[in-house]
Design a protein around this ligand. Structure first.
Ligand code: 0X9
Ligand code: ZN
Length: 300
């Protein structure tokens, strides 16, 4: 089982992926969908017990400092492998496939362990004064509509769309795998369930469905610890952002169920909660992740 009593380094997360894939070879497939700027694998773990199913995708720590995300994905993986006998977990695995990119920005994540706990961006050279691009501003839909060319900005979108291999790898994989009909990007912090659009306050064509599923997910969250997340379009309930992954997945990969979830904060800066927050967050997130998975379209 993964160690969920503490935060895990990139290497520890890779070691757990090895462990679970060795223990459950009939269920687990491991694929490197790309390589980070500094050469780290973008390693995806797929859980499946049969062909021909639609799938839900999760990524975490696209923003390096948002450490509370990976534990929630590790918890889900554990439920769908080691804990299959518990509750309805077998039914969840029978119903659809599950993909997890646990460390979407491994260079940044490693840097938050070694140098700067609050680093957010990638670690690529920009050619400008500062290092790093925001991978969640680097997707090629609505990219850089706010015309941000400041390399020192925490939301620097890159010299061009998909300059970052971390963003490009997610996009290529979603396009190559149309069975993925739900996209969930796990972030922190603030307790939000956000859906498109983030680049405009206009509502997306399927807002009724996106809102229904998000409200249901929030109701599931509320029933666990009493926390309540704010639900709505990203631009309306949080702020504008351009070139984000959830807008891209919805608009360019035609993924109908597309969310960014902002988990609870903690610690001085909000991004460094104590390890004691892992267990309650895992419990409420697992409730929400099941709701997302239960709402995959039958086909598309
Ligand atoms: O700014 C982001 O990329 C996300 N928030 S975070 O604090 N984790 O950095 C929110 C992205 C959601 N989309 C929009 N707000 N448009
Ligand atoms: Zn984030």
């Amino acid at each position: 089982a993964p160690n969920l009593s503490t935060f895990l380094t990139f290497e520890e997360i890779l070691a757990y992926i090895d462990e679970v894939s060795a223990a459950f070879p009939d269920i687990v497939t491991v694929t490197d969908i790309g390589t980070s700027t500094q050469g780290r694998p973008l390693r995806v773990i797929k859980l499946s017990n049969g062909p021909g199913k639609n799938a839900i995708w999760f990524d975490s720590v696209l923003h390096a400092r948002e450490w509370i995300g990976p534990p929630t994905a590790l918890f889900a993986i554990n439920e769908l492998t080691e804990n299959l006998a518990n509750g309805n977990n077998q039914a969840l695995l029978n119903a659809n496939d599950w993909y997890f990119l646990l460390v979407a920005n491994p260079d940044g994540y490693a840097y938050t362990w070694s140098d700067d706990r609050l680093w957010r961006k990638t670690r690529s050279q920009t050619g400008g004064l500062c290092t790093g691009t925001d991978p969640n501003r680097n997707f090629d839909q609505f990219w850089n509509e706010d015309q941000n060319s400041n390399t020192c900005s925490e939301t620097y979108p890159g010299a061009n769309a998909f300059s970052e291999p971390e963003a490009k790898a997610i996009a290529d994989f979603l396009l190559a795998n149309p069975s993925i009909t739900a996209y969930v990007s796990i972030h922190s912090y603030g307790k939000y369930i956000l859906y498109p659009w983030g680049h405009t306050t206009e509502l997306p064509p399927t807002v009724a469905e996106l809102d229904r599923v998000a409200q249901e997910a929030n109701a599931a969250i509320e029933s666990v610890n009493g926390n309540s997340y704010t639900v709505g379009t990203a631009a309306n309930v949080l702020y504008f952002a351009y070139g984000t992954s959830h807008d891209w997945a919805y608009a360019k990969a035609n993924v109908p169920i597309s969310y960014t979830i902002e988990l609870p904060g903690g610690g001085l800066a909000g991004f460094n909660p104590p390890a004691s927050l892992i267990a309650p967050t895992n419990a409420e997130c697992w409730a929400a992740y099941q709701v997302f998975a239960a709402n995959l379209p039958a086909s598309r």
